[in-house]
Design a protein around this ligand. Structure first.
Ligand code: FAD
Ligand code: SF4
Ligand code: SF4
Length: 398
């Protein structure tokens, strides 16, 4: 998407110059011109007295030829030279969509010296990789990655794009969708093909998780969505597979990126990497007070797991937000999930129900958490947790 000045209509009144919050509009030969600093915010459009400024997407929406768009793309998120798990999960799901649509699956890798990651992407099922490498793209930036991704879409015209609903993915997805003039379904929990239309059916919780809404994107392309980590299983990798690498030169210039990464501060190490954890011990308001969380930490420690929390605990300031599991926290899918003193509100369950085994400890036999639990212990966490810790310690010592 872009903002365009129709030079023939422009009467040179300069009203748009002061309306632009980014200083992206300049006058040249008595006509308004838009520079690279334009963020497509649209603030100038309504200020023009002769309607000389338009957003390109409004025009593109009318002209779009959907038949030109094909293939399923997955944004490959990487950090420290490692492909994030969610990208593998989406390659597995993207493979199913591509096969159902009779199209190809591609991974989009953006970064600096990241070509080696292609092997991983092919092993997880991709037929192709679009590779854009430049020193300016070493670290994620909204401006740089949006420009690159939108440029790839405009050139190669994919039909479907899947992006992980991570911090970066949630930043990039809507931005790119807006730039290319399409919609985006955020935080999907299921994907399929709508039988009547052949479109991707994007399913996500709505109205506080009380209903599941299925959304189609019939008029615009590409069809885009973000999907939370751990919603889908990571596919088995086959390293005998390879594919085509399409190298694309980056057009991003340093000055086009308005943010600078000054320092990377790791506030959270493996001890709170909930999305990748195999065992999670979570505590809720039923733990009584923050000091009692030492029992949660001790059990997590004995089992080699990590600590989770309900929102009630996070809101009370007992634990930082990055420990929160649920609709407004992390979606997790460990092998074992302990819910200790957690009632099992729908918003909490939305983030942990895909765990392989759920063990609930609650003193209320009617607590909703027992409806999703595989094993339930009715009792006081102050008594049950020390007993469990003791038994697991003994078992480990054997
Ligand atoms: P409570 O509901 O107060 O439950 C405490 C439980 O502990 C009770 O079942 C009680 O029987 C038990 N208990 C008490 N004492 C003991 C004891 N000594 N031993 C054993 N059991 C005991 N919540 C989330 O967790 N994650 C989210 O992401 C999230 N997002 C939300 C988004 C929205 C839009 C909204 C409206 C709410 C959201 N919530 C979320 C809040 C959610 O609705 C619940 O309020 C919250 O999960 C309750 O937390 P809890 O289970 O720790 O506390
Ligand atoms: Fe400036 Fe926004 Fe208009 Fe671009 S769209 S020229 S950033 S006001
Ligand atoms: Fe031209 Fe419209 Fe800008 Fe005036 S407000 S300079 S007419 S584009």
């Amino acid at each position: 998407m872009a903002v365009i000045v129709n030079k023939e209509e422009c009467i040179g009144c300069s009203a748009c110059i002061s309306a632009c919050p980014f200083g992206a509009m300049v006058m040249e030969a008595d006509k308004a011109c838009i520079t690279d600093a334009c963020t497509v915010c649209g603030a100038c459009v309504d200020t023009c007295p002769v309607n000389a400024i338009t957003k390109e997407s409004e025009q593109a929406a009318v002209k779009i030829d959907k038949a030109e768009y094909k293939d399923v793309w997955v944004f490959i998120e990487q950090i420290d030279g490692q492909v994030k798990n969610v990208s593998h999960e989406l390659l597995g799901e993207g493979r199913k969509l591509a096969d159902a649509m009779g199209e190809q699956l591609a991974g989009v890798i953006i970064g600096d010296e990241v070509e080696a990651l292609s092997k991983e992407v092919f092993a997880s099922g991709a037929d192709k990789v679009y590779l854009v490498e430049a020193s300016e793209l070493k670290n994620y930036s909204t401006d740089g990655y949006t420009t690159v991704f939108a440029g790839l879409i405009n050139t190669y015209k994919p039909s479907v794009i899947l992006i992980g609903a991570t911090n970066d993915g949630r930043d990039l997805g809507p931005r790119v969708a807006c730039r290319v003039g399409t919609g985006l379904t955020a935080d999907c929990t299921n994907l399929g093909i709508d039988e009547q239309t052949g479109l991707v059916a994007w399913t996500r919780p709505a109205f506080g998780g009380n209903i599941m809404a299925t959304i189609l994107c019939p008029e615009h392309r590409p069809q885009m969505g973000t999907v939370r980590p751990k919603v889908f299983k990571r596919p088995e990798q086959d390293f005998s597979k390879s594919g085509e690498i399409i190298r694309v030169a980056s057009k991003v210039k340093g000055q086009g990126i308005r943010t600078r990464l000054l320092e990377l501060v790791k506030v959270c190490t493996t001890s709170c990497n909930l999305e990748e954890a195999e065992i999670i011990v979570s505590g809720g308001r039923g733990m009584g007070k923050p000091e009692n969380f030492r029992l949660i930490e001790e059990l997590a420690d004995v089992l080699g797991g990590v600590v989770g929390a309900s929102r009630a605990v996070v809101d009370a300031g007992w634990k930082p937000h990055y420990h929160q599991v649920g609709q407004t926290g992390k979606t997790v899918g460990p092998k074992v999930y302990f819910a200790c003193g957690i009632s099992g509100a729908i918003q909490h369950v939305a983030g942990m129900s895909s765990s392989d085994i759920i063990i609930a400890i609650n003193k209320d036999a009617d607590a909703p958490i027992f409806k999703v639990a595989d094993y339930g212990i009715i009792g006081d966490v102050a008594e049950v947790l020390p007993a469990l810790i003791e038994e697991f310690k003994k078992a480990k010592a054997c």
